[in-house]
Design a protein around this ligand. Sequence first.
Ligand SMILES: NC(=O)c1ccc[n+]([C@@H]2O[C@H](COP(=O)([O-])OP(=O)(O)OC[C@H]3O[C@@H](n4cnc5c(N)ncnc54)[C@H](OP(=O)(O)O)[C@@H]3O)[C@@H](O)[C@H]2O)c1
Length: 268
Amino acid sequence: MANYEFGFIGTGSMGGALARAAAKAVDPARIILSNRTPQKAEQLAERLGCAHGGNENAAKARFIMLGVKPQMMADMLAGIAPVLAARQDRFVLVSMAAGLTMAQIAAMAGGDYPVIRIMPNTPAEIGRGVILMDADERVTEGEIGDFLAALRAAGTFDRLPEKLIDAGSAISGCGPAFAYMFIEALADGGVACGLPRAKALSYAAEMLAGAAALAGRGEKHPGALKDAVCSPGGSTIAGVRALEEKAFRAAVMDAVIAAFEKTKELGR
Ligand SMILES: NC(=O)c1ccc[n+]([C@@H]2O[C@H](COP(=O)([O-])OP(=O)(O)OC[C@H]3O[C@@H](n4cnc5c(N)ncnc54)[C@H](OP(=O)(O)O)[C@@H]3O)[C@@H](O)[C@H]2O)c1
């Protein structure tokens, strides 16, 4: 049996958020954290009660969480490849890197290792992440079950074929940035109308959370929900017209497509 259930290599914003989630379901003593700037892993490890060490120690865990940027992945994996090659026990590599396929991860790690690919998003920090995932054929259903149970505090997981992960991530992974821009713009509009900034920001964020929850129930198409807010000759339809004049929906579609294209480029 591996010493550690989880080894996190790279404890930046996403690796750190997932480590915090894992520490809620897995005995923190069975989680080890490693980071290029070691103080970052040490501080988080102290807060969570986890172990910390170098990449070569984290590479001895059962689930090895690869939390570095896609551009850093090849070098980082080359560094731990000898440790992986020497292992006699079973382990799974877990990549969260935008744009890199499971086959690319295994090739960079230097073996036919089992790989799980996840695409999380920043609301995972508060347990509200949307986490897309797939696993290659070398990963067993039992391993997937253990992995999902360990990370359930990060949010909702959805398994989808790897070829669709980049498209899904252009919404779920990049979308939070688009949503924050929308919140900020709504608040700016409110301030322009005389609202104090703090109230404007809080109304915008709460409104978006409520509207999203209603749309997320899937009972009514977003167009029907929009129609229900627009009284004939009223204020809302005047705002809708202003958004249409500025090609709001085309701009949002273009943002998703641009993010998708860039993700594909990063994986090349
Ligand atoms: N942020 C998101 O919204 C998001 C969403 C989905 C997927 N992801 C994916 O998550 C991964 C991490 O992104 P992030 O936003 O968390 O980036 P980040 O905050 O920059 O974290 C990356 C961490 O990796 C560490 N690192 C770099 N090279 C290393 C090495 N050789 N060995 C050990 N640690 C190393 C860095 O250490 P230092 O402290 O020295 O810089 C840093 O703490 C990326 O692959 C990204 O595609 C991110």
